[in-house]
Every structure is written in C-alpha cells, then in structure tokens.
Design a protein around this ligand. Structure first.
Ligand SMILES: C[S@@+](CC[C@H](N)C(=O)[O-])C[C@H]1O[C@@H](n2cnc3c(N)ncnc32)[C@H](O)[C@@H]1O
Length: 189
C-alpha cells in the first residue's frame, strides 16, 4: 500500500484538471501518444483521453489506477494504466507527449533524485516530443525546474509558461485552499 491509497478512498481527490492544461492540449494541432507519470486517480489522463490522446498512465497506487481505468472503461477511453515506480520506467522514446503534474517538489531530500529524473526524461524523449510539467510555485521550485531543463543539454522551445491558480477543495469539510502553480511546456527540438 502506497502513501496515496488511503487518500484515494476519496473519489476525485484533486478535483478537476486545470483549465489551462485542458486548453493547451485541446488547441494543440495534433494528437498522439501521451505518457502521464504519477497519474494518481487519472484526473489529467481522463481529460487527455477525452481530447483524443492515446494515454499511458503510471502510478504506484494500484487503487488510483483502478479508479482511473473504471472511468475509462465506462467512456471507452484509450488509456493504459500501469502500476509502476516512475523511477524504473524506461520507454520514453515511444511517446509524443510526457506530462508530470504535481510530481516534482524539489525539497532538499528529493532534489537530486527528481532533477536527475527530469534530465533523464529530457534526454531520452525523441525530438519534437512535448514535455509538460505542472508544479507548485513556491520558493525556488519554478526556477529549479527551468534551470534543470536548461542544463539538461537538450535544445528545446518553450511552448507555454503559465502561472495559474489551483484550488484544492477538501471534500469532507468543503474548505478550499488556493495554490499558485506553474504550467511549463517545452518541445524538444
Ligand atoms: C500529488 S499526486 C498527483 C497525481 C496526479 N498527477 C494529479 O495531478 O492529479 C502524486 C501521485 O504520484 C504518485 N507517485 C509518487 N511517487 C511515485 C513514483 N515514484 N512512481 C509512480 N507514482 C508515484 C502517487 O502515488 C500519487 O498518485
């Protein structure tokens, strides 16, 4: 049982995908294979599949993956769910889009591990692949994200750099918390 299994007893824990994310991917001119790393209960994976992307979504939470696949089945969405540690995943070349939402925190104890993973993804994705990272905008997180991509040695174009507000609602109490987020989307040249 992973840390999130208990939380995922609450359905749709994280609520709706950011409107900015849906808008970007709905307006993107082509569709293709999208990898959602750390998909949780599939809030983004489901939205992306509804837009016509062919989604592979990975999480260590078997419960989250099951909840996502149940929804996908009802709507006949093109989603493959895999229960796996994203740090063990190694098939980036097969995807046209890679999404990491709320996966990097860049706290001191995980900083090297997370920046190494980001560099690995940036290096291993094929040219033209779109990499989208959504991250909470506190402290130096956004500059660490951008510096890590800058220093990964890849050539890329910034497609989107948006500051957004994510409102998290605690389903039990109804209490809402607003968080500043950054959605940063680059395309490998
Ligand atoms: C904050 S949630 C975000 C979920 C989803 N991306 C979203 O925005 O709705 C983080 C998710 O990452 C998963 N996770 C954390 N570390 C992971 C790892 N090493 N491999 C796979 N999944 C992981 C957790 O199980 C959890 O579902």
């Amino acid at each position: 049982m992973t840390g999130y299994e208990e939380y995922y007893k609450t359905e749709d824990l994280f609520g709706e995908p950011y409107q900015e994310l849906k808008t970007f991917f709905s307006q993107y001119p082509v569709r293709g294979k999208l990898l959602d790393l750390g998909c949780g209960q599939g809030r983004d994976a489901i939205a992306m599949a509804r837009l016509g992307y062919s989604v592979t979504a990975i999480d260590t939470s078997g419960l989250g993956i099951r909840q996502m696949l149940d929804k996908a089945k009802k709507e006949q969405l093109d989603i493959t769910g895999i229960v796996e540690d994203i740090y063990q995943f190694d098939d980036y070349k097969s995807f046209d889009f890679v999404l990491l939402d709320s996966m990097f925190h860049f706290e001191k104890r995980d900083l090297e591990k997370e920046t190494d993973l980001l560099k690995k993804i940036a290096c291993e994705i094929k040219n033209q692949t779109v990499l989208c990272v959504c991250i909470q905008d506190t402290g130096k997180k956004v500059s660490i994200l951008k510096d890590t991509i800058d220093n990964s040695g890849i050539e890329y174009k910034v497609l989107n750099d948006t500051a957004l507000i994510y409102t998290y609602e605690d389903k039990a109490s109804g209490h809402k918390t607003e968080m500043k987020y950054c959605m940063y989307i680059v395309q490998k040249k």
